[in-house]
Design a binder for this molecule. Structure first.
Ligand code: ADP
Ligand code: ZN
Ligand code: ZN
Length: 768
C-alpha cells in the first residue's frame, strides 16, 4: 500500500492557456473528483481540504477540494461558487484519502465523507442552504468551565498559583472542577492568573460521555520490564528518525504488557509534539482500556465510539483538528481522525477481522494505518498476540521490524492447555457429548474452588439447525441460502422461533415437515443458548451468564463483564465476544466447546482464524494470581491450527501456515481482488459477473505475475435477501497486474444495468 501512486491530477505541467483548477470530491457516487474553475476572487482561499460550494447540473452542493492545479479548462467546466468557513480537512489527511480512494478504486466523494465530522456529513449530503452545522442535534448540553494556558510570561506569583499554572500548562487545558479537586480554593487563584493573562477560562460542552463519567485517578507508570524497555528503545528510535515512516510489529502474548508499550510510545510522541491514533476492535474499546489511557494522559484523549452523539463527535473532531487534544482512540473509523502533526498510528489486535470494513468503502484500517503513518513520516505500530500472516510476512521480508514480548508482564505462567479428543472421550453426566466428562469435572472443580469458568462456543442461538427426521430436509431461509437457527427466547416472543442470521426472516417451528409431512422435527447442534440451559440443569447452584449478540450489545457487554469481575458470575458462556482482551482475573478455566467449528468455514484463512481464536480465548485464563487451565474439545486434534495453539507455538504455526499459503499461492504471497455482483434475477447476476470476468481477462497478459481470473462462481452463500450473489476472483503476485485487472472491472461495472449491484473488494478478508 505504501507505494500506491498518488491521486491523478495532483501535479500537471502547466499548459499554454493554463487556468487555476480545483479537483473537488463531491458527495455523489462518482468514481473521481470533479474539476472546477477557481475564480480569481477565490484563488487565495481555495486550498486542499477546504469545503467549497459548487454546482452539479442545477444542484448546489458542498464538496471538498482534494487537489489544486494549473491546467487547460475542461470543456463545460463550471466555476466554484464559494469557499465555506469552519470545518476544513488537514492537507495530509486529504492526501491520504486520495490515496486510499485510488488504492481501493472507491469513489473519492464517499471516501472523503469518512473523514468529515458527522454534522458536516449531513450538510454535505443535503445542502440547499449551506448554513454550517445547522443539522447538529442535541446541542443543549451542559456547559463546564475550562481553564486554558495562555502565552504570557509570569512575573511574581504565589507558590500555590505557580503549582496550578504548571499543571494547566502541562495539560494545555483542564476543566476548572478538576483543578478545584486537586487544589482547594483554586477558583480565587485562577481568577488572579486570568488577570495576569496567564490563563483564560472558557465554557465548553460537558462530555456526557460514559467513558468520562468516572473521576480520574492518575497512575504511576510501572517500571518497564526488560522486554518493554527494548521495545520502547526500538519505537523511540523509529519516532526520532522522522524519515519515510516505519512499521513495527509488536508480537506479545496476552498480558505481556503491549498496552503499556503503546502508552509509552504515545508519551514519546507527545514529547515530540506529535499526535497519535490508536485503533482497537470495536469490542475491545472498553471503559477499562480507556481508563488506562485517561489515567496516563488525563482527559486529553478523544475516544471515538459509536455511543457519542453527533454533537460530541463534532466537538471531538474540532479538538483534534486544533491540536487541543492529541490522542484519538477508536474503532477502525478513528483512522480518519484529523489529528494534528500525526506521528504515531497504533493498531491493537491488528489481526482482528473487524478492521476491514465490509460495506460502502471496503477498506482495511490495518493496511491503511501503515499508509497513513508513513505518509507523515511517522510510525505504525501493529500489536497482537497472534499477528496476521500478512504482518508476519512484512516482518520476515524486512518491511516491518518485529518486537517480541515473550513473557507475561507480571510473571504469571501461561495457562496449561490440554486437548480433549471428542472421538475418544465420552459425555459427562449431562449426556451431551459436547460437554465431555473431562470438561464437566473441570467445571465442577472450578466451582468448588470458587473460581470462574469461561466456555467458548461460536454459535449463537439454541440449535444451529432444524431437520426433519422423516426426509432429512433442513429448514432454510426462504430468502437466503442458509439454514435457520432455532432460538428459544427471541427478542420479540417468548416462544421458540426459527431465525435467519443473514436477514430478518423469522418463523415459528413447523408442526409438520412441509416436504414429507412428518411430525418428527429435530433440533440439531449446540448454540450458546442451549449450552447455557444445559449447564443450568447440570450445575443448578452455579450462577451462569451468557455473552453473545442476542443478549448484549454496546454497554450491556460491559455490564455482563462487570458482573464477572465482581464475581457475581461463576460460568460465562459466549461466542467470540468472550475471546477479546478483557482482563478477568478470577477466570481459571477456559473451555473451548468445539475447536473445529472455525476450521470448517470455506475460506483459506480458516486455519489462521481458528488459531487466533484459540490462542486469544486461552489467554483469558489465569490473568490473575491463580494459574489457568484451558481445555480444547475437538474431533480433529492433529490439525496444525489446534496443535500449535495448544503449545502457544505462534512461530510454529506461522512456519507451517506460510508454507501452505506459499504452495497454494494465497496471500501474503499473492494479492487478491474480488468483484462481487448481486441481483434479484439469478441469470442477470451471473451474466453480469461473466461480463466482468471477460473484461478482466481481456486486460491480462502472460508473463511473470500474470493475472489469474477465476469465476464467475456463486458466493459461498449464494443468495442473501433474495439477491443472487456471484463473484470473480483476481489473483496475482504483481500488484501492477492485479490493478490492471481491477481497473478493467471498475470500468466495466459502469456499463452494468441498474438492477445489478457490483463492487470491487481489494484485499478481501472474508470469503462469504
Ligand atoms: P497486553 O496489552 O499485552 O495484554 P497489558 O499492557 O494489559 O498487556 O499488561 C498486562 C498486565 O500487566 C496489566 O495488568 C498491566 O497493568 C501489567 N503490566 C504491564 N506492564 C507492567 C510492568 N512493566 N510492570 C508491572 N505490571 C505491568
Ligand atoms: Zn420431511
Ligand atoms: Zn435470510
Amino acid at each position: 500500500m505504501q507505494d500506491a501512486p498518488p491521486a491523478a491530477g495532483s501535479s500537471t505541467a502547466p499548459a499554454e492557456n493554463a487556468v487555476a483548477l480545483a479537483d473537488v470530491a463531491v458527495p455523489v457516487p462518482l468514481p473521481r473528483a470533479l474539476t472546477y474553475l477557481v475564480p480569481d476572487k477565490l484563488a487565495a482561499s481555495v486550498a486542499p481540504g477546504r469545503r467549497v460550494l459548487c454546482t452539479i447540473g442545477s444542484r448546489r452542493i458542498v464538496g471538498v477540494v482534494v487537489g489544486l492545479r494549473q491546467g487547460e479548462a475542461p470543456p463545460k467546466a463550471k466555476p466554484l461558487l464559494g469557499v465555506l468557513e469552519g470545518v476544513d480537512l488537514p492537507e495530509d489527511l486529504v492526501t491520504f484519502l486520495s490515496r486510499l480512494a485510488n488504492y481501493y478504486l472507491a469513489p473519492i466523494g464517499e471516501v472523503v465523507r469518512l473523514a468529515l465530522p458527522p454534522t458536516d456529513r449531513e450538510t454535505a449530503r443535503a445542502v440547499e442552504e449551506p448554513t454550517l452545522f445547522s443539522t447538529a442535534k442535541g446541542v443543549a448540553a451542559r456547559k463546564v468551565q475550562w481553564v486554558i494556558a495562555e502565552g504570557a510570561v509570569e512575573t511574581s506569583i504565589k507558590e500555590n498559583a505557580s503549582r496550578v499554572l504548571s499543571v494547566v500548562r502541562a495539560h494545555g487545558a483542564l476543566p476548572l472542577s478538576r483543578l478545584q479537586d486537586q487544589f482547594g480554593g483554586a477558583r480565587g487563584t485562577i481568577k488572579r492568573l486570568v488577570e495576569q493573562g496567564l490563563v483564560r477560562v472558557e465554557e465548553r460542552e460537558a462530555p456526557r460521555d460514559p467513558f468520562f463519567a468516572d473521576k480520574l485517578e492518575r497512575d504511576v507508570p510501572p517500571e518497564a520490564t526488560e522486554a518493554q524497555q527494548e521495545a520502547a528503545a526500538t519505537i523511540n528510535a523509529a519516532l526520532e528518525a522522522r524519515g519515510s515512516g516505519a512499521t513495527l510489529l509488536v508480537h506479545g502474548v496476552t498480558g505481556s504488557g503491549k498496552t503499556e508499550v503503546y502508552l509509552r510510545a504515545i508519551a514519546r510522541a507527545k514529547e515530540q509534539k506529535r499526535g497519535s491514533i490508536m485503533l482497537v476492535p470495536e469490542i475491545a474499546l472498553t471503559p477499562q482500556l480507556v481508563g488506562r489511557f485517561r489515567a496516563r494522559f488525563g482527559d486529553d484523549v478523544a475516544v471515538l465510539h459509536s455511543a457519542l452523539t453527533q454533537r460530541e463527535r463534532f466537538d471531538m473532531w474540532n479538538r483534534l483538528r486544533s491540536g487541543e487534544v492529541d490522542v484519538a482512540i477508536g474503532a477502525r473509523s478513528a483512522l480518519f481522525a484529523p489529528v494534528k502533526d500525526l506521528g504515531l498510528v497504533i493498531v491493537d489486535e491488528e489481526h482482528d477481522p473487524s478492521f476491514k470494513q465490509e460495506e460502502g468503502v471496503r477498506y482495511n484500517a490495518r493496511d491503511m494505518a501503515i499508509l497513513r503513518a508513513h505518509q507523515v513520516g511517522g510510525v505504525c505500530l501493529l500489536g497482537s498476540a497472534t499477528p496476521s500472516l500478512e504482518s508476519e510476512q512484512l516482518a520476515r521480508s524486512g518491511k516491518a521490524t518485529k518486537i517480541v514480548l515473550p513473557d507475561r508482564a507480571r510473571a504469571q505462567e501461561m495457562p496449561k492447555v490440554e486437548i480433549i479428543d471428542l472421538r475418544r472421550i465420552g459425555p459427562g453426566p449431562t449426556g451431551d457429548r459436547r460437554i465431555s466428562v473431562l470438561l464437566h469435572r473441570a467445571i465442577e472443580a472450578t466451582l468448588a474452588a470458587k473460581e470462574q469458568t469461561i466456555l467458548f462456543l461460536n454459535r449463537r442461538g439454541f440449535a444451529p439447525s432444524i431437520r426433519c427426521e422423516g426426509c432429512g430436509e433442513l429448514s432454510s431461509c426462504p430468502h437466503c441460502t442458509v439454514a435457520l437457527t432455532f432460538h428459544r427466547r427471541g427478542a420479540s416472543t417468548a416462544e421458540g422461533r426459527m431465525r435467519c442470521h443473514w436477514c430478518e426472516y423469522e418463523a415459528s417451528m413447523p408442526l409438520h415437515c412441509p416436504k414429507c409431512n412428518s411430525d418428527q422435527i429435530a433440533l440439531e447442534g449446540l448454540g450458546t443458548e442451549r449450552l447455557e440451559e444445559t449447564l443450568k440443569e447440570a450445575f443448578p447452584e452455579a450462577r451462569i451468564a451468557r455473552l453473545d449478540r442476542d443478549v448484549a450489545s454496546g454497554k450491556q457487554v460491559e455490564k455482563i463483564l462487570d458482573k464477572v469481575r465482581a464475581r457475581e458470575v461463576d460460568i460465562l458462556v459466549g461466542t467470540q465476544m468472550v475471546t477479546k482482551g478483557h482482563d478477568l482475573p478470577h477466570v481459571t478455566l477456559v473451555g473451548v466447546i468445539n475447536a473445529d467449528a472455525a476450521l470448517s468455514i470455506p475460506d483459506f484463512r480458516a486455519p489462521e482464524r481458528a488459531f487466533q481464536l484459540l490462542v486469544q480465548v486461552a489467554g483469558r485464563a489465569g490473568r490473575g494470581d491463580s494459574p489457568g487451565k484451558v481445555l480444547v474439545q475437538t474431533y480433529d486434534p492433529e490439525h496444525h491450527a489446534i496443535v500449535h495453539a495448544v503449545r502457544h507455538d505462534v512461530m510454529g504455526f506461522f512456519d507451517r501456515e506460510l508454507r501452505d499459503r506459499k504452495e497454494l499461492g494465497y496471500p501474503p504471497f499473492s494479492r487478491m481482488v474480488f468483484a462481487r455482483v448481486d441481483a434479484m434475477d439469478e441469470k442477470e447476476a451471473l451474466d453480469a459477473a461473466a461480463m466482468l470476468a471477460r473484461a478482466a481477462r481481456a486486460a491480462t497478459r502472460d508473463g511473470a505475475g500474470a493475472l489469474e481470473v477465476l469465476g464467475p462462481s456463486p458466493a459461498p452463500i449464494a443468495k442473501v435477501r433474495n439477491r443472487f450473489r456471484f463473484r470473480v476472483m483476481l489473483r496475482s503476485t504483481s500488484r501492477e497486474r492485479l490493478r490492471q485487472g481491477a481497473l478493467a472491472i471498475h470500468v466495466a461495472i459502469g456499463s452494468l444495468p441498474r438492477t445489478v449491484r457490483a463492487s470491487i473488494d481489494v484485499d478481501p478478508v472474508g470469503a462469504l
